[in-house]
Design a protein around this ligand. Sequence first.
Ligand SMILES: Nc1ncnc2c1ncn2[C@@H]1O[C@H](COP(=O)(O)OP(=O)(O)OP(=O)(O)O)[C@@H](O)[C@H]1O
Length: 242
Amino acid sequence: MTAQAGPRPDIKLNSVTCRFGPRTALRNVTLSLTERRIGIIGRNGSGKTTLSRLIAGLVAPDEGTVRVAGVDVCKDRKTAIRTVGILFQNPDHQIIFPTVEEELAFGLRQLGHDKPAARDGARAMLARFGRAEWHDRSVDSLSQGQRHLVCLMAVLAMAPKVIVLDEPFSGLDIPTTRALRRFLDGLDATLIHVTHDPGALTRYDRAIWLDRGTVAGDGPADTVLANYLNAMQEADDADADL
Ligand SMILES: Nc1ncnc2c1ncn2[C@@H]1O[C@H](COP(=O)(O)OP(=O)(O)OP(=O)(O)O)[C@@H](O)[C@H]1O
């Protein structure tokens, strides 16, 4: 389904610091990610979304560099959109078109497909998720979970080598989550999955645990997730970043 010609892309962050005004969202993070399934876990405000947006090239680091398959994803946007797809946590930050088909077709047009090919690609993706009848639906008429699925289908339709998913199952019901998991399991693309839920990362190759903008744990998912859960059980409720 996804294009995966050649070796798995290397996602390289070199001494990356990212600030928002007085807040440092990520501090001096260096990572080289080559596994097929990578989870990013951490508490609220630990820097997960910032890391995912950096990998997609949507945020520029204040210091350091981010390269995916050798591409500076922030500077070379044209290549970046072919290389990395991102699903935002909130679908309303992603959707720009009034109908479902237009939303799915947009990414394909960006990749250079003509209008009929983009429309056919959009419809094929809708059919794949059993949502063929959504093609002329107004996005406003869909629920939050349904809009989330539209965004995901739009990303998948572009068949990027790397897919960054920020809480991909939020708002989806159990059968839709199951269908989506199955679909994601079958993809050859590299998945970077940001979540609060360690259970969503079972059988992942690697997990990165972020804490206050730094890497608190990195390694085989089983080990990192167990350490994270232990730490969360011991965490003081008064320490919540709310
Ligand atoms: N656009 C922004 N403007 C100001 N501060 C920001 C912005 N984006 C992130 N931050 C700050 O950077 C830090 C990391 O935020 P980020 O959204 O990356 O965390 P997160 O781990 O994804 O959190 P959550 O699990 O709650 O979604 C937080 O302190 C947040 O307040």
